[in-house]
Structures are given as structure tokens and as C-alpha cells.
Design a protein around this ligand. Structure first.
Ligand code: 13P
Ligand code: SF4
Length: 306
């Protein structure tokens, strides 16, 4: 067990008194990841939230992730330690956009990346994450796919399913999207022996240059299991921090210093302690029964197929 500071110990103490579970995304800072009962990518965290025995879930991540936990476990109390931790990509789609797309493409199935609000999920046929998107789209009966909100993830998936027609909106992750081919080539020149692993939220021209493409969890596993010794990481800095922490025998270089998600970094140990102590309304994820009933369906379908 890692050496913990006083605040971390207080959180763990309070957590066991309240019989809560702490879930953390890999983009959280390491001081948070090490006190989590489970750290994971979006798909793994959804499964953990659903299967958790505890009735109180502290979700260290961004709002759409905590909402997914609530949708999959409506009877549990889900706390988001920092209520301002959102995801700009999730805000690039809404129910009205989906309804209009459905009118234009009545035979299409709507596949919704989990990086979306509960209200948006309620309008969709099935959800996916970056780790299962190809699998999900392959298994859907429809020949036309409305893929929202991430255009880059959609374009990545489409290569594996050339028989289907894809309809996109202009959604993107501002953190991953701004990485350029020039940045990538420069980094590869700087570290010519490094293997390049990238998240599919990056631009297709950058993804094309990668040796490995996958979700945060898949990137971590790839680096851990590979015989290679040096890696350029094309996703958020939390992944690099985790690799350096648990596997310091290898070298990891962040593709650009700007690969830091300000929303993922909003949550602090103090937020976690305060939300566990007070369970204040602003930290509790509340969704209407109607939204829960509708949005649970595409998420459960994802768990079944993904
Ligand atoms: P993962 O599902 O790969 O963890 O990605 C979540 C995310 O927000 C990527 O930007
Ligand atoms: Fe959203 Fe991008 Fe941050 Fe992931 S990294 S939470 S997609 S803004």
C-alpha cells in the first residue's frame, strides 16, 4: 500500500464508516487514483458502479460518468465531488439534435458515446465507450449509424465497419482534438525508439501514425504488457502519471504538454472529503424517473453487447 497523507487517511476512514465505494477515472490525479477502490476507463467504471455492493458511490471523474453510474444503479446514491466537473464534448449534443437527425435518417440506429448527458442518452438506441465502440457498431442490425457526439471516434470505428453508412455531428474532445500531425512527428523524432499509443478521440491523421489505438485502460495494458521500454502517450496526462507511478521501469512521454483535461483535474482530495462528510445536494446526482427509465436502456444494451 502506498504511503498516504492525513487527508487521504481521513477519506478512507469516512468511506468505510459510511460503507461507500470510491471510483476514479484514469484522468484523475494520482493522489485520488491511489485511494480509489477502483480506477478504470469509462466502460470498466460503468460496470463497477452497476455491480457495487455499497449503496453510496463517490465518482471521481466528470458529470456524464457519475450520471451513468446513477442510470445503472438508480437506487444508489451517487456523489460527484466537484459539481462543476463537466465534459465539453458531452455538451456538443442534445436531445433536439438527435430528434432532428432521426427525422432525416429514419432507418438509422443512434449510437451514443457515453460522453453525453443522461437526457441525450434517453434519445439513443445504444451507448458505447472507446473500448467497445467497434464491437457495438458491428453487432447492431442497422446499416445506417448516427454516431454522436465524437466525430473522431466515429471515423475510427467506421474503418472497421465499411459496410455501414455513418452520419456524424461536429462533436469533439477539445483536449485530444488540438494535437496536430506536426506535434506527433516532432515527438516521434525526439524519441525515435518510443512506441506511440493514442486515444481514438484524436484527429484521424494523428491516429494513423500510432502503433496502438485504444481506450485509457487499453493504452495502460498495452504499455504494461509490451516488451518495449519507451512510449509516447497520446491521451490525457493522468495515464502517464499512473504508468510512471506503478511501472517506473519504463519511460513514458506525453505527446504534448497540453494534454491535460481541466475538468478532470477539478476534483481534489478536499472535494472528496467534503462530499463524503456532507452529502450536500449539489454533489448528489439527481435524475428524473422518466430520464432514468429511458436512458438506462441504451446503457444496459451496451453492457450486454460490449
Ligand atoms: P476512456 O473511456 O478511454 O477512459 O475515455 C474517457 C474520456 O473521457 C476520454 O477523453
Ligand atoms: Fe471530456 Fe475530453 Fe475531458 Fe474526456 S478529456 S472528459 S472527452 S473534455
Amino acid at each position: 500500500m502506498e504511503k498516504l497523507n492525513e487527508l487521504q487517511k481521513k477519506i478512507l476512514d469516512l468511506k468505510s464508516k459510511k460503507n461507500a465505494v470510491i471510483l476514479a477515472h484514469f484522468y484523475q490525479t494520482m493522489d485520488i487514483q491511489i485511494i480509489a477502490d477502483y480506477a478504470g476507463d469509462s466502460f470498466e467504471l460503468s460496470k463497477r458502479a452497476k455491480n457495487a455492493e455499497e449503496n453510496l458511490i463517490v465518482f471521481c471523474g466528470v458529470k456524464f460518468m457519475a450520471e451513468s453510474a446513477k442510470l445503472l444503479s438508480p437506487h444508489k446514491k451517487v456523489l460527484l465531488p466537484n459539481p462543476n466537473a463537466g465534459c465539453p464534448m458531452a455538451d456538443m449534443v442534445n436531445p433536439e439534435i438527435i430528434r432532428n437527425l432521426r427525422k432525416e435518417h429514419p432507418n438509422a440506429a443512434v449510437v451514443c458515446y457515453v460522453n453525453s448527458s443522461a437526457e441525450t442518452k434517453a434519445e439513443c438506441d445504444i451507448c458505447c465507450t472507446s473500448s467497445n465502440a467497434v464491437n457495438i457498431v458491428r453487432k447492431i442490425g442497422a446499416d445506417e449509424i448516427i454516431f454522436v457526439p465524437d466525430k473522431n471516434l466515429g471515423a475510427y470505428v467506421a474503418q472497421f465497419v465499411p459496410e455501414k453508412k455513418f452520419i456524424y455531428i461536429n462533436g469533439f474532445c477539445p483536449i485530444h482534438r488540438h494535437i496536430t500531425v506536426d506535434d506527433t512527428i516532432a515527438k516521434k523524432r525526439e524519441f525515435p525508439n518510443a512506441t506511440f499509443a493514442v486515444h481514438p478521440e484524436c484527429e484521424p491523421d494523428v491516429v494513423k501514425l500510432a502503433d496502438f489505438i485504444g481506450s485509457t485502460s487499453q493504452i495502460l495494458n498495452y504499455c504494461i504488457e509490451s516488451n518495449d521500454k519507451e512510449f509516447i502517450i497520446g491521451t490525457e496526462y493522468g495515464v502517464v502519471e499512473r504508468l510512471r507511478f506503478y511501472h517506473p521501469e519504463k519511460k513514458y512521454y506525453i505527446l504534448t504538454p497540453t494534454l491535460v483535461c481541466p475538468n478532470m483535474k477539478k476534483t481534489t482530495l478536499n472535494d472528496i472529503y467534503n462530499c463524503l462528510s456532507n452529502e450536500a445536494d449539489e454533489n448528489v446526482i439527481e435524475l428524473s424517473d422518466d430520464i432514468i427509465n429511458k436512458a438506462n436502456i441504451p446503457l444496459e444494451k451496451m453492457l450486454l453487447l460490449g
